[in-house]
Design a binder for this molecule. Structure first.
Ligand code: ADP
Length: 565
C-alpha cells in the first residue's frame, strides 16, 4: 500500500517535472522567437512577423497541454517587458498570455480534428491547406483580436493578424517537417547548393542595387518545391522572408509605396504567399511522387504476375501438345495394330470360304460366313472410331480435286446395289442434267458421306426403295440427296442422330447393328467441306438426308485440314 502510494507520488512528481521542463523550454524558445521578431519591426512598434505564434502552435501540436503553461507565461512576460511590442500593464499582459494559450490550443485542437495527423500535415496537399487555413489564418485571429481590443497593439488589426499568420507559417512547418529525416542524395545536395547560390545572388542584387526583383524569389521557391520537396522549402522560406524584410528595412524594396502601413501590408501579403504556396506545391508534388512510386510497384508486381502466368500457360500448352502427340501416336498405332490382325482373319476366312483349303461342310460354311460377317462389321466399327478420332485431332485432310459426278454416282451404285438387292430393295440413282460434268471436291470423303447415307437408307428400310440423287441447287451450291421408304426418324431424334454414339432406340439399332458414329462422321466431313446437312423424315414412311455443298471451281483445288476454318 505504502509503496503504491509512493509510486503514485513519484509518478505525479515526474509528470510535474516533465511539464515544468517542457514549459520552461517552450517558454524560453517563445521569448527567443519574440526577440528575433523585433528584427522585423519596420516602424516604431509595427512588427511584420510574429515568430512566437509558430513556436506556440508547434509546441501545442507536439507536446499538448504540457507546453501551454510555458506559452502563456512567456507571452505575458514578452508583453510586460515589451519584447517585439509596446510594454503593457500586468492585466493586459495576462490577457495577452491567455490569448497566446488560446490561439495555440485552439489551433492544435482544430488541426487534430481536421487533418489526418497534424505532425504530418505537410505530407498531404489537403492537410497542408487545412494547416494554413485553420492553424495559421483561423487561429491567428484569436491573438490578433485580443491584442487589438486590449490595446496592447495600437497598430491596425490586419497587420497584427498577418504577423501572427506569417509567424506560424515560418516556424511551425520546419519543426514538423524536419522531425522526419530527409532522404537527400548527392545530386539533390548539389541542387540545394545551386538554389542557395541563386538565392544569394538575388539577395545581393536586391539589397545592394535596389533592383525590384523580389518576385523572382517565387520562382526559386517553386524550383525548390520541385527539386528538394518540403525539407528544402522549409529552409528556404524563412530565408526569403528575411531577405524581403531586410530589403524593406534598408529602404530598397518593390513594396516601398504609399504610407508605411501600406508598405507593411504589401510586404506581409507577399511574404504570406511565399510562406503558404510552396508548401502546398511541394505537398502536391510529394503526393504525386508517392502515387508514381506506388504505381511503379503495382506495375512491377503485375509484370511479375504476367510472367508467372505466361510460364504456367507455356507449361500447360507444352503438356497439352505432348498429350496430343501421344494421342495421335496412339491412334496411328491402334489403327495399324487393330486392322492388321482383322485383315488377316478376314483374309483366312475368305480363303476357307472359297474352298482353297478343301470343301466345307454346310454347317462349317455357315459358321465361317458368320465369322467373316462379324469380322467385317468389326473392321467397319474400328474404321469409324478411328475416323472420328482423326477428325477431332485435326488430322483429316480435305483434298480438293476436279472429279466427274457421273463417275462417282456410277461407282457408288455398283458398290451398293448388291446390299440393296440382298434386302429386296430397289436402288435408284439420279443425276441432275443441270449439274456440271466436272466438280471440285474430295471424292474419297464424298464417297464416305454417300456410302454412309445410302448404307443407313438400306439398313433402316425393309421394303420399297432407296434413292440417291446429285442435284444442282444454284450456280453456287449443289446437293447430295438420299431418301428411303424405311422406318423413319421420330421428330425428337432428328437433331440428336448427328451426335456421336447417338441412335434413335438402342433396341431397334442393335437389331440393325452400328455404333451411332456414321452420321457424326458425315456431319463433320460436310462441315469441313463448307457444307450443311439436314434430314426430313416421317415415321413409318421414310427419310430424306440432304447434304448441301458449295460449288467450287478449279481455282479452289487445294488441301485443307479438319480444325481449320
Ligand atoms: P449407326 O447407323 O451406326 O447406328 P448413324 O450415326 O449412322 O449410326 O445413325 C444414327 C442413328 O440414326 C441410327 O442408329 C438410326 O437410329 C438413325 N438413322 C440414321 N439413318 C436413318 C434412316 N435412313 N432411317 C431411319 N433411321 C436412321
Amino acid at each position: 500500500m505504502a509503496s503504491q502510494q509512493s509510486s503514485i507520488i513519484k509518478h505525479d512528481r515526474s509528470r510535474w517535472l516533465t511539464m515544468v521542463l517542457a514549459s520552461s523550454g517552450v517558454g524560453l524558445l517563445y521569448l527567443a522567437a519574440a526577440q528575433i521578431s523585433t528584427l522585423t519591426i519596420i516602424d516604431a512598434t509595427i512588427t511584420e512577423i510574429w515568430l512566437p505564434a509558430g513556436v506556440a502552435l508547434a509546441a501545442a501540436i507536439l507536446y499538448g497541454r504540457q507546453a501551454l503553461l510555458g506559452v502563456g507565461l512567456a507571452a505575458a512576460l514578452a508583453a510586460w517587458f515589451g519584447i517585439g511590442q509596446a510594454p503593457a500593464d500586468p492585466f493586459v499582459s495576462l490577457l495577452i498570455g491567455l490569448a497566446a494559450v488560446a490561439q495555440a490550443g485552439v489551433g492544435a485542437l482544430v488541426l487534430q480534428r481536421l487533418t489526418t495527423q497534424p505532425e504530418h500535415a505537410f505530407e498531404r496537399a489537403r492537410d497542408a491547406v487545412i494547416f494554413i487555413a485553420a492553424g495559421a489564418i483561423g487561429a491567428g485571429l484569436i491573438g490578433a483580436l485580443v491584442a487589438t481590443v486590449s490595446g496592447a497593439q495600437s497598430n491596425q488589426f490586419a497587420i497584427t493578424w498577418l504577423a501572427n499568420i506569417i509567424g506560424v507559417l515560418i516556424v511551425a512547418p520546419p519543426i514538423l517537417i524536419w522531425r522526419r529525416r530527409p532522404t537527400f542524395q548527392l545530386r539533390q545536395g548539389l541542387e540545394a547548393l545551386a538554389i542557395l547560390a541563386a538565392m544569394g545572388l538575388i539577395a545581393f542584387l536586391m539589397l545592394n542595387t535596389g533592383y525590384p526583383i523580389d518576385y523572382v524569389l517565387l520562382l526559386i521557391l517553386a524550383a525548390t518545391a520541385f527539386r528538394l520537396g518540403q525539407h528544402g522549402v522549409s529552409i528556404l522560406i524563412p530565408l526569403v522572408a528575411g531577405v524581403v524584410t531586410a530589403g524593406v528595412l534598408q529602404g530598397r524594396s518593390t513594396f516601398l509605396v504609399g504610407t508605411i502601413t501600406e508598405t507593411v501590408l504589401l510586404v506581409q501579403m507577399f511574404v504570406l504567399i511565399v510562406c503558404a504556396a510552396p508548401y502546398v506545391l511541394a505537398a502536391v508534388i510529394g503526393e504525386r511522387q508517392a502515387a508514381r512510386i506506388a504505381l511503379e510497384q503495382i506495375n512491377r508486381t503485375l509484370e511479375q504476375r504476367v510472367q508467372e502466368r505466361t510460364q504456367e500457360l507455356v507449361a500447360a500448352r507444352e503438356a497439352a501438345e505432348a498429350a496430343n502427340i501421344a494421342k495421335s501416336q496412339f491412334l496411328a498405332t491402334m489403327s495399324h495394330e487393330l486392322r492388321t490382325p482383322l485383315n488377316a482373319i478376314i483374309g483366312y476366312a475368305d480363303i476357307m470360304l472359297q474352298g482353297m483349303v478343301g470343301d466345307l461342310q454346310p454347317r462349317q460354311r455357315e459358321f465361317q460366313e458368320r465369322s467373316m460377317a462379324n469380322a467385317e462389321h468389326l473392321l467397319g466399327l474400328i474404321n469409324n472410331v478411328l475416323d472420328i478420332a482423326r477428325i477431332e485431332a485435326g488430322r483429316t485432310e480435305i483434298i480438293k480435286k476436279p472429279f466427274a459426278p457421273s463417275a462417282l454416282l456410277a461407282s457408288i451404285e455398283r458398290q451398293m446395289v448388291v446390299l440393296a438387292q440382298d434386302k429386296g430393295l430397289q436402288l435408284e440413282t439420279q443425276l441432275d442434267p443441270e449439274l456440271p460434268s466436272s466438280l471440285v471436291g474430295d471424292t474419297e470423303r464424298l464417297r464416305q458421306i454417300i456410302i454412309n447415307l445410302v448404307g443407313n437408307g438400306i439398313k433402316f428400310t425393309d421394303k420399297g426403295q432407296v434413292r440417291l440423287a446429285l442435284k444442282q441447287l444454284s450456280s453456287e451450291r449443289w446437293a447430295i440427296e438420299v431418301s428411303d421408304t424405311g422406318v423413319g426418324i421420330p421428330p425428337h431424334a432428328q437433331e440428336t442422330i448427328f451426335d456421336e454414339f447417338r441412335q434413335v432406340t438402342s433396341t431397334s439399332d442393335r437389331q440393325h447393328g452400328g455404333t451411332g458414329l456414321g452420321l457424326a462422321i458425315v456431319r463433320n466431313l460436310t462441315l469441313m467441306m463448307g457444307g450443311t446437312i439436314r434430314v426430313k423424315s416421317q415415321l413409318g414412311e421414310g427419310s430424306t438426308f440432304t447434304v448441301t455443298l458449295p460449288s467450287l471451281t478449279e481455282g479452289d483445288a487445294m488441301m485443307s485440314r479438319s480444325g481449320e476454318s
